[in-house]
Design a protein around this ligand. Structure first.
Ligand code: GLN
Length: 458
């Protein structure tokens, strides 16, 4: 049914870069056979899933939305992908994304944009717009995204889907093509909080192949979501982040988004939660900090696309040197946003500027973590709107990188500090009838709290 749905709507939505019809049908048939024998591998055995094209899939193309990886077929699966397969989830295909996960609209994909199923003239968020749109358009019941600065949560908010960024180290990064190693996390993209929790239970947990993977037993997130679904929030203390609220220094919040936010806060109060306002003063510097640390890490990661190891190779005429081949390949293979960030990151890391930019950003990153520590000493979870506005029109922010970056104002602090966050749909903004999202953040390792509070809002 999902493959039929993809055939019917993906021409317009363009959520997928690659659909693995045959593979998904074989896996679905295997799952049916297991179920018939009473040997299902778990509750999600047989439930199809879409995977963002930044995760390595054995035998299936993995492009990261870039021309530089066109035609590359990984010889191995990312750990997230092998866990999906082991749990019996048929993989429908690979979803569209901003090139190397840089963007907030999926317009930076080298293969053309994805469109928001709520309004095809609007963006589905980014960088994981393909995963969010696939779930929102009923092309897939579940999807995997990755979130480095908001790429699961912000697309969730603008497409009316649920998106979770787990605690850094909670889900393996093995086989996830790195944008920024210290910020990246893969996580669930779903239609309900319970679905996200069940999926997180499948993909999470320690992996010896990722040196930053946390070695501990995690609680059942499914149980946490079920507990929250009872709607009882008594004993839960919720902090509204002052710096991410209307009228704050970082304005630009849409009135309809703020109205829905206030309504969700009121619902939590009605459910018995105690709500207070909490100031996180360093959050006003989060965006600037992120846009030094991220390009620095990204410029270093992207150095491996050198025309020798993977994908595209452009050989100029004449008698080109290896460096000529590299230059021509990177020039043709990378898009403008990727080049912009390579230049920014290389500059921030260069001798003479390193201390002033990268070093300074690392210090502010510590201050942001301390703001979280201080806040969580007093409250169980922090909340804010996920994104400042609903989905904007395609093309609207394409020529203005800073306007594009501002979409992640509320999501970036969690990545800098490594804490978990969820975006839960909380209704439609009055002025445009488009979805908005409610963000819940919890201390590192306390991912169960985002499921509990998230589920209470459904
Ligand atoms: N929009 C942010 C950026 O462009 C976040 C990207 C992400 O989370 N992958 O960097």
């Amino acid at each position: 049914a999902h493959l039929d749905r993809i055939d019917a709507v993906d021409g317009a939505v363009h959520a997928f870069l690659h659909v693995d019809r045959d593979g998904a049908l074989v896996d679905a048939a295997d799952s049916d056979a297991r179920r018939a024998r009473g040997e299902a591998r778990g509750p999600l055995d047989g439930v199809p899933i879409a995977v963002k094209d930044v995760l390595a899939t054995r035998g299936l193309p993995t492009t990261c939305g870039s021309k530089i990886l066109e035609g590359w077929i990984p010889p191995y699966d990312a750990t997230v992908v092998s866990r999906l397969r082991a749990a019996g989830l048929p993989i429908l295909g690979k979803t569209n994304m901003d090139e190397f996960a840089m963007g907030s609209s999926t317009e930076h994909s080298a293969y053309g944009p994805t469109r928001n199923p709520w309004d095809l003239d609007r963006i589905p968020g980014g960088s994981g717009g393909g995963s969010a749109a696939a779930v929102a358009a009923f092309e897939a019941p579940l999807a995997i995204g990755t979130d480095t600065g908001g790429s699961i949560r912000q697309p969730g908010a603008v497409t009316g889907t649920v998106g979770v960024k787990p605690t850094y180290g909670g889900v393996s990064r093995y086989g996830l093509v790195a944008l920024a190693n210290s910020l990246d996390q893969a996580g669930p993209v779903t239609r309900t909080v319970l679905d996200a929790a069940m999926l997180h239970d499948v993909i999470g947990g320690h992996d010896p192949r990722d040196s930053t993977s946390i070695k501990q037993d995690w609680p059942s997130f499914t149980e946490a979501a079920r507990a929250g679904a009872t709607g009882d929030m008594s004993g839960v203390k919720v902090g509204v982040i002052t710096e991410l609220a209307a009228g704050s220094e970082q304005s630009g919040w849409q009135a309809g988004v703020m109205a829905r936010f206030q309504e969700s806060v009121d619902l939590l109060v009605e459910a018995g939660a105690e709500v207070v306002e909490v100031s996180c003063p360093s959050f006003v510097h989060a965006l600037a900090t992120y846009y030094l640390i991220l390009p620095a890490e990204a410029s270093s990661n992207l150095a491996k696309f050198d025309a020798m190891r993977y994908g595209l190779r452009v050989t100029p005429d004449g008698n080109p040197s290896a460096e000529d081949v590299m230059r021509a390949t990177r020039d043709a293979g990378f898009g403008d946003e990727v080049k912009r960030r390579i230049i920014l990151g290389t500059y921030a890391l260069s001798s003479g500027y390193y201390d002033a930019y990268y070093g300074q950003a690392q210090k502010i990153r510590t201050l942001i973590s301390r703001d979280f520590d201080a806040a969580f000493a007093d409250v169980d979870v922090l909340v804010s709107p996920t994104a400042p506005t609903t989905a904007f029109k395609l093309g609207e922010k394409l020529d203005d990188p800073v306007a594009m970056y501002l979409n992640d104002l509320a999501t970036i602090p969690a990545n800098l500090a490594g804490v978990p966050g969820i975006s839960v749909p909380n209704g439609l903004a009055d002025e445009d009838g488009l979805p908005s999202g409610f963000q819940v953040l919890a201390p590192a390792l306390a991912d169960d709290r985002v499921y509990r509070v998230g589920a209470a809002l459904e």
